[in-house]
Design a protein around this ligand. Structure first.
Ligand code: 2F8
Ligand code: CA
Length: 348
């Protein structure tokens, strides 16, 4: 655009340089002149237009380049800043890397734990399924519980009855065994009286020999500690002489029972024959039953040979262990009239 006045000016000069005749011709040919000018201006305008367009394009490009350059510079600055920050944070990054590793390890552990948990959950599910499938069975059992409780009560009542019967049976068994023990002893010549067995010998012996015999039969020459016992013995003696288990000991010569029962001197006075013990010949240190009465006792020489009476306290034998007898053994034991515990000796 700025060239246009110059071009017009140049054209004007060129026109003025033309000869006058040409000017005339040209004046006359104004139209031709205008057309010529126009035709001359067209390329000029074209050139100008291109120049203007090119300039604006170049200017736009330059502007873009500048803008891009500034952007690039800004980015470079940012990169530089970031680089310095990266350098500063390199240590932090390393620490973060370690932490990341630790976190990673923890994650691995957690994963394995999760796997284990998953396995456990699967197992639990499987068990749950089994339980669920068993639930119906449980319901059935639950439904049976009242009936089972009733049965249990019945069983308890029956059990109590059985125990009562068992106790009764044990008592019967005990009595039976006691009777059996007594029968056993009686069959061997012993007499039972108030918790003791008494055996009257058929042969005579000295006091000491008689005591030895009694000992061999788990007994002693008899003691006498009550009127009833005294009566039993003098009736058994029937007026014959029988050694009893009373003897003297020590330099003082006090009386004692050979089975270690306490000798009551005062109470015993009523059992002596009046005037006894008199220690005839200063040699009568053993006692016998002589008279068939309450006052039947006499002291005599221990070397004399008299009949004698042994006394054995009744000791219940061991109860048969499996009563009622589960085998034929115990029953046979009882029927054979033999003690379950120890065998008795038959007195001679
Ligand atoms: O008279 C009592 C007296 O009788 C006998 O001796 C003669 C008795 N002896 C024997 O029984 C061995 C005495 O003990 C008794 O005191
Ligand atoms: Ca005497």
């Amino acid at each position: 655009v700025s060239l246009l006045p110059k071009v017009l000016h140049w054209l004007h000069i060129t026109y003025n340089l033309l000869p006058r005749g040409v000017h005339l011709v040209l004046g006359r040919l104004l139209t031709v002149r205008a057309a010529v000018i126009f035709l001359m201006l067209v390329p000029v305008a074209s050139v100008l237009l291109q120049a203007i367009l090119c300039k604006s394009l170049v200017l736009g490009t330059v502007s873009d380049v500048k803008t891009n350059a500034q952007l690039l510079k800004g980015r470079v600055d940012n990169i530089s800043t970031l680089s310095s920050e990266i350098k500063r944070n390199r240590g932090g990054v390393a620490a973060a890397g370690i932490q990341v590793q630790m976190v990673s390890a923890s994650l691995d552990r957690m994963r394995s734990q999760i796997r284990r948990l998953e396995t456990s959950v699967k197992e639990a599910n499987a068990r749950l399924q089994i339980l669920m499938s068993s639930w119906e069975e449980v319901d059935k059992f639950n439904a049976q519980i009242p009936e089972l409780k009733r049965d249990l009560d019945k069983a308890r009542a029956l059990n109590a009855k059985v125990r009562g019967l068992q106790r009764g049976l044990e008592n019967v068994s005990q009595l039976f065994q006691q009777q059996n023990d007594i029968l056993q002893m009686v069959s061997q010549g012993w007499k039972y009286f108030r918790g003791n067995f008494y055996y009257s010998s058929q042969v005579t012996r000295t006091w000491y020999s008689a005591q030895q015999f009694c000992l061999s039969r788990d007994s002693h020459l008899t003691s006498v500690t009550s009127e009833s016992e005294q009566e039993l013995l003098y009736r058994t003696a029937g007026g014959l002489l029988y050694w009893i288990g009373l003897s003297k000991a020590g330099s003082e010569g006090y009386w004692y029972w050979v089975d270690d029962l306490l000798f009551n001197k005062v109470q015993s006075v009523k059992f002596w024959i009046p005037g006894e013990p008199n220690n005839t010949g200063n040699n009568e240190h053993c006692a016998d039953i002589k008279m068939s009465s309450l006052q039947s006792r006499n002291d005599a020489s221990c070397d004399k040979e008299f009949l004698f009476i042994c006394k054995q306290p009744y000791m219940p034998s061991e109860p048969c262990q499996d009563w009622p007898p589960s085998s034929n053994f115990k029953l046979q034991c009882l029927l054979n009239s033999r003690k379950c515990g120890s065998l008795l000796h038959t007195p001679g």
